[in-house]
Design a protein. Structure first.
Length: 256
């Protein structure tokens, strides 16, 4: 019978003993993440929106790509604006013509060649032309889609030179900065909840725990789920976190 080397046996037992706490910790984390009674959280951007086309047209430029960082007021999409620009020029010409007509009517009124009614009608025509120019200018501005805030592109719905109609989604944009934490807490804990209360957020994708605090508490309880919706704010920015990650929350100051 072959005897085992005592040093090897001791080494094996040592490695096994060292790995037990790590395995136990991993097991506890898995049980907590899979616990149906755990308070689940979802990370969301402070601002997020879908930018859509405000007019019918063909894309001339597309300056947005998935994951791209964009600055506030940066141009993301440009549509072919030939028709809208032409309408704006027509509106400007009509306004100039009505102003000339009004000036002529006022001069004639000084000579008693026309009455007050003709002058008033000419003034109304100028106002109509000014409104038409404002409308044409607004429609021309629809040709350019700019970022309403700095952030990152989360989704691009269109391709260069694609023809779109009014209301067609173009780009999803999420803001930079600290993320919000959305969660639903059992309503039985509502009386203990307070703004600025600390929250520990364990994110599944990173395996790390982050400090946060309650920033908003819903004023209404979900009668069906018996939960109340909360929003929490992370105490610091963490580059490894992005919107859409999930995990669980614990409240050190709450007593179930």
């Amino acid at each position: 019978m072959r005897l085992l080397n005592p040093k090897r046996v001791f080494l094996c037992f040592g490695l096994l003993a060292a790995s037990l706490p790590l395995q136990a910790q991993q097991l506890d984390e898995n049980l907590l993440l899979n616990d149906p009674g755990a308070i689940r959280v979802l990370l969301t951007a402070k601002l997020e929106t879908t930018l859509s086309s405000q007019m019918n047209g063909t894309l001339g430029e597309l300056n947005a790509a998935l994951g791209q960082t964009v600055a506030d007021d940066a141009t993301l999409v440009k549509l072919n604006c030939t028709e809208a620009d032409a309408r704006a020029k027509v509106a400007n010409a009509e306004l100039a013509m009505t102003r000339q007509s009004l000036e002529a009517k006022r001069n004639l009124r000084k000579l008693d060649a026309v009455g007050d009614l003709e002058v008033a009608i000419a003034q109304t025509e100028v106002q109509k032309a000014e409104a038409s120019r404002s409308l044409a200018t607004a429609q021309s501005s629809y040709c350019t889609v700019k970022a309403p805030f700095s952030g990152r592109v989360a989704k691009v719905y269109v391709k260069p030179y694609q023809t779109v109609s009014a209301g067609t989604p173009l780009v999803d944009l999420v803001s930079d900065g600290p993320l919000k934490v959305r969660l639903n807490v059992p309503s039985r804990l509502f009386a203990q909840l307070q703004a600025e209360m600390p929250v520990q957020v364990r994110i599944q994708e990173t395996g790390k725990t982050y400090a946060a605090h309650i920033s908003a508490i819903n004023s209404r309880v979900d009668a069906v789920a018996q939960t109340v919706e909360l929003e929490a704010q992370l105490d610091a920015e963490h580059p490894e976190l992005i919107a859409g990650m999930s995990g669980i929350a614990t409240f050190p100051q709450l007593h179930d």
